[in-house]
Design a protein around this ligand. Sequence first.
Ligand SMILES: C[S@@+](CC[C@H](N)C(=O)[O-])C[C@H]1O[C@@H](n2cnc3c(N)ncnc32)[C@H](O)[C@@H]1O
Length: 267
Amino acid sequence: MDEVAPEKEGIHEWLDGDQFPEHLQKYWFQRKKIWDRYDEGIWMTEDAWFGVTPEPVANKIAAHVAESTPASKDILIDAFAGVGGNAIAFARSGRWKQVFAIEKDAKTIKCGKHNAKIYGVDKKIVWVTGDCFNIISRRYNNLDNSVIFASPPWGGTDYLDEKIFDLSKMQPYGLDKLYSEFSKYSKHIVLYLPRTSDLNQIAKYAPKDGKVEVAHYCVTGASKALCAYYGDFDFGQEEPEAAQDEGAMEIEKQSVGEENSSQTAAS
Ligand SMILES: C[S@@+](CC[C@H](N)C(=O)[O-])C[C@H]1O[C@@H](n2cnc3c(N)ncnc32)[C@H](O)[C@@H]1O
């Protein structure tokens, strides 16, 4: 990439460990697990390191969403697009007529646009700067054919200290806000949440007599996060699998609903 990162705006293209912020050192060692093409000039902000979805996890989620969504749905809206971890994976899956990526922070979205170029999918993503609740209600309010994917901020690392994380305390948006806002505009919602999330709270929004699929996404045997799939996603009879081509990525799926809403340990 010939473009130069506008560092004065808080956008960085860190290629040298010596210049990498001390307090983020652990991410320096993980950078190529997070972005396979990191060395080709990925742009990041300091904050983005805490929230970006690592590429193998993003690819696996993109594959699941692609396979399980009814064929008639061909628009993917990434409500909290960040620096593009998920949006790029969705675009690369080739499943969607259009991927819309919404992000409220101007410097973060600049990184996302740039990173999409590195992965050759910049033409497949429409980037929209602003508040996702506002933008979805104004611009995407009559898209019957859309899936909304949301990887909201988790409000820091409190979820790590909790055996079961109370999703009503997730900051700045609790589960109630996320579900009630997005379900006005799409019947297919995928929420990317902390691995310790309270499954009883997730199950509260299951359709009557129905269920919600929850998949844990694991790296080297430990769950990194889970996705709750609201809507008629069809996972068929697929068994939990260990992906061959994504390092030590595994998933464990479980259904939660009225009949089964107990918290289960991640693999
Ligand atoms: C966890 S990060 C998303 C990371 C993204 N999935 C990735 O892989 O790069 C959450 C993002 O949501 C953005 N955000 C927070 N509130 C928002 C809102 N109301 N509308 C749009 N974006 C928002 C934050 O600026 C942050 O970049």
